[in-house]
Each structure stands twice: as structure tokens, then as C-alpha cells.
Ligand binder design. Structure first.
Ligand code: FES
Length: 113
């Protein structure tokens, strides 16, 4: 599905965009890191797949395409995909951890820490 490169101490993971399903949360594993990737049309969001509440997989969660949010099915925390902000502070006020990414051609390049 992808490859990797490292430059300047950062690891870059490459994924073919054509292989990312539209409007469906996707889990991508690289070494010991699990990422949540959400593609909605031309827009792609990348985040840590572990819910900041208690670590359930957000790729198993509910995606609201219109509101651009993902809801964890364990305790119903909802996060904004563009900012990571929690919309359910009664469950957790911790934000979703977003990862830097960019599109080059038909590749999604994700910067890992
Ligand atoms: S683990 Fe996600 S809401 Fe609790």
C-alpha cells in the first residue's frame, strides 16, 4: 500500500491515494504505529488511530462526512478531523492527535515523529 523514506530524522510514509477508500475510516499500520486515515473526496485527514480517551480504535468509529467528525464507539467521544478538538468534553477534553501529511501527485506523504 505504501513505502517509506527518512530524511533529517523524520520518517515519511507514502501511500497510494487511489487505494484509500472514500468516506470510510481506514487503519494503516506502520511499525508499531497505527494511523487513522480518512479520505473525503480530495481532502485527507491523518491522525493517531488510538482514541485519546482510553485507546479504542477510531478506525472502527463512526465517520460523519458532513460534519467532518469521527466518533469513538467505546464511550462516544467525538473529534473534529480538521483540528482534533474534542466535541465531547464530558467524555474527554484531550484532542485527537493529528499527523502532518501532504499530497504529491497520487501519493499521500505522512510525516511520522
Ligand atoms: S476510548 Fe474512545 S471514547 Fe473512550
Amino acid at each position: 500500500m505504501g513505502g517509506s523514506d527518512s530524511s533529517g530524522g523524520r520518517r515519511i510514509v507514502e501511500i497510494d491515494i487511489d487505494r484509500l477508500p472514500d468516506s470510510q475510516p481506514t487503519r494503516f499500520e506502520y511499525n508499531d504505529q497505527a494511523l487513522l486515515i480518512v479520505r473525503i473526496g480530495d481532502k485527507i485527514y491523518v491522525a493517531d488511530d488510538e482514541c485519546p480517551h482510553e485507546g479504542c480504535y477510531l478506525s472502527d468509529g463512526h465517520l460523519d462526512v458532513e460534519d467532518r467528525t469521527i466518533t469513538c464507539l467505546c464511550h462516544w467521544a467525538t473529534f473534529k478531523l480538521d483540528s482534533g478538538e474534542s466535541l465531547t468534553p464530558e467524555v474527554t477534553s484531550k484532542p485527537l492527535k493529528l499527523l502532518k501529511s501532504r499530497v504529491e501527485g497520487n501519493k499521500l506523504l505522512i510525516e511520522l515523529e
